[in-house]
Design a binder for this molecule. Structure first.
Ligand code: NAD
Length: 590
């Protein structure tokens, strides 16, 4: 309530410090308020001190690009889950963070429970992450820094012997695909917002527009025309659409990239810089044509949109190439063909998928936000699982049995255990019944928009066990959540003896895990074993892989269970159901 009442003060700071437009500054305050209300409502409804135990002290490290919303979101979640918080804002935006903390304290958050620690990442951020008293880290920022933090945390465990949780939300290489059934003027409007709002400095921003070649010339001509309508200028003027980028260094990096692409022979369309912008850190909206997804290097964090043409019969290959970047944050699709929506949304890996609308501005509780792979570890911010990652123990796991879908491989595995007279039958049966596999929720949203939230298998789960019982439980957890189990060569392999072919598809063995790809890890063990494996995982290139570890005795006595929800990927799909306009017959073009 206080933030809403003092909107003007907060807006002024956001505009001054982060160079955000007035409309974006309003959006920031609204989102910060949404996070506060959403997490508060969640704990009021379902958390108690007996059933939900906090981690202890949580470090929150946030970026400059949502200096109020993401900063407040992290802090609100950590506090709501019952933790004390050390909050380190980005060095570029300490004032708005200081204001937010002052307001939270004024509103009643106990002194001593929330501290602001502004300063550089390499010194203050690093010291916080390294400190043994930090029991969890929430990080939003670049993929590179997330990897550094993972390496640091791998060297220690929490007082309860568990890995220190890291929630990392990182960058994207976000694409939007428009086929020839899409409405060109709608594509152009949504592309302009997605690529250039906030001067492209959103992690969700559109980086590569993929146009079916039949419509590419027309859409591109309209896009270049519409580009000239964007007004570049001071963010405190209401007429401004695109403000400056965050710093002179960022401007130099982005301009250098554009020059290199131009020099390499790519067609580049760029707005001129207006006279009034000569002395600021402005990068004009820029469109660069490319021939293949592989020509993209890392994330270019500014108002730069790549455009690519594709042939309709190569749509599947294109989706695979987008997945092949390793990022999986946001994705957009413009089409009038239901079958294409089904096919493409099934295949694309992105965590947030948008159909026939723009791909930015996820709303808390409506489009829970976050990606997979190089884009982050999950859980999604503003979603139902976020607070659960900030707890050390929960007796009532979320969505238990909510999916009511039993993977056939899990059923076969249970039959096998039963036939062999295994001690693990009862617990494996329960794991299968508790699995949230197949869970789908419709989330509330505005009229004309359908928002779905669902859980999908992560892919391959590495099982590292020391006892046959431990391995049987791990395989049950992997299969019950629709994943494949990859059994590490160090585990008791007698468990896999004479696997029937139907199961062999779902369970494989890796002699050396160093050369195998996997998406999650289940470990039986603690202490040194855990730290050693965590160190190994942190040294691997590619995405941050989350590990769950339980000691043999805790597993055997049923005192602890692997958390099934962490073996699933969350996905949000937002569909503009009003997009087809007045001509319903267009929906049936096949
Ligand atoms: P950044 O990684 O440079 O900095 C983020 C934070 O980490 C800052 O507070 C910084 O001080 C701190 N930091 C830097 N080095 C550190 C270290 N060694 N130890 C501990 N902390 C350290 O990112 P940025 O430039 O501030 O933000 C832009 C990036 O954030 C982009 O890649 C963008 O995609 C990403 N982002 C992602 C999301 C998401 O939800 N997925 C949201 C916003 C931004």
């Amino acid at each position: 309530d206080m933030m809403e009442a003092r909107m003007a003060v907060l807006m002024a700071l956001i505009i001054r410090e982060a160079g955000k437009s007035c409309a974006n500054a309003v959006g920031e305050v609204r989102e910060a308020v949404d996070f506060l209300r959403y997490y508060a409502a969640q704990v009021e409804r379902s958390f108690t001190n007996e059933t939900h135990r906090p981690l202890g002290c949580v470090v929150c490290i946030s970026p400059w690009n949502f200096p109020l919303a993401i900063f407040t979101g992290q802090v609100a979640a950590a506090l709501a889950a019952g933790n004390a918080v050390l909050a380190k804002p980005a060095e570029e935006t300490p004032l708005i963070a200081a204001k937010a903390v002052a307001m939270l304290l004024e509103a009643g958050v106990p002194h001593g429970v929330l501290h602001l620690l502004p300063g550089p990442g390499a010194s203050v951020g690093h010291a916080l992450v390294k400190d043994r008293r930090a029991n969890g880290v929430m990080f939003t920022g670049s993929t590179e820094v997330a990897r550094l933090i993972q390496r640091e945390l791998a060297a220690r465990t929490n007082p309860d012997g568990k890995p220190v949780p890291l929630v990392a939300e990182t960058g994207g290489q976000n694409a939007l695909v428009a086929d020839s059934s899409a409405l060109p003027e709608q594509v152009v409007g949504d592309v302009l917002q997605s690529a250039f709002d906030s001067a492209g400095q959103r992690c969700s921003a559109l980086r590569v527009l993929c146009l079916q070649d039949d419509i590419a010339d027309e859409v591109l001509a309209r896009l270049n025309e519409a580009l000239t309508e964007l007004s570049l200028g001071r963010p405190d003027e209401l007429a401004t659409d695109v403000g400056p980028v965050i710093s002179a260094e960022a401007m130099k990096t982005i301009a250098g990239y554009i020059d290199a692409m131009r020099a390499a022979g790519h067609a580049v369309t760029q707005l001129p810089v207006p006279d009034g912008c000569a002395h600021g850190t402005f990068v004009p909206p820029t469109v660069i044509e490319i021939n293949a997804v592989a020509e993209l290097s890392g994330e270019v964090f500014g108002p730069v949109l790549h455009v690519l043409r594709f042939r309709r019969d190569r749509l599947e290959r294109l989706i695979d190439e987008i997945n092949g970047t390793g990022y999986a944050l946001t994705f957009g699709l413009h089409t009038r063909i239901d079958e294409t929506i089904e096919r493409v949304t099934r295949r694309i890996a992105a965590g947030n998928v948008y159909v026939n609308r723009n791909i930015i501005g996820a709303v808390v509780g409506v489009q829970p936000f976050g990606g997979h792979g190089l884009s982050g570890t999950g859980p999604k911010a503003g979603g139902p699982l976020y607070l659960h990652r900030l707890l050390s123990a929960v007796s009532d796991p979320p969505f238990a049995g909510a999916g009511r879908q039993v993977a056939s491989a899990a059923r076969l595995w249970l039959d096998r255990l039963t036939a062999s007279g295994s001690r693990a039958v009862a617990i494996c049966d329960e794991i299968i019944r508790m699995s949230p596999l197949g869970m789908v929720q419709e989330l509330p949203g505005p009229v004309g928009e359908r928002n779905r939230y669902l859980l999908r298998p992560r892919g391959d789960v590495l099982c590292v066990a020391v006892t046959p019982f431990g391995l049987e439980v791990q395989i049950s957890a992997a299969l019950a959540t629709g994943n494949r189990a990859i059994v590490d060569g160090s585990s008791p392999l007698s468990v896999l003896h004479a696997l029937p072919v139907e199961l062999a598809e779902h369970i494989s063995m890796a002699r050396s895990r160093a050369h195998v790809r996997f998406d999650a890890v289940l470990l039986e063990g603690d202490g040194d074993v855990q730290r050693q494996l965590a160190g190994e995982l942190a040294a691997r290139p590619g995405p941050i892989v989350v590990m769950q570890a339980i000691a043999s005795d805790a597993l055997a006595e049923g005192r602890e269970r692997y958390r099934l929800e962490w073996l699933l990927k969350e996905r949000s799909i937002s569909i503009n159901t009003a997009a087809a306009g007045g001509n319903a017959s267009l929906m049936s073009i096949g």
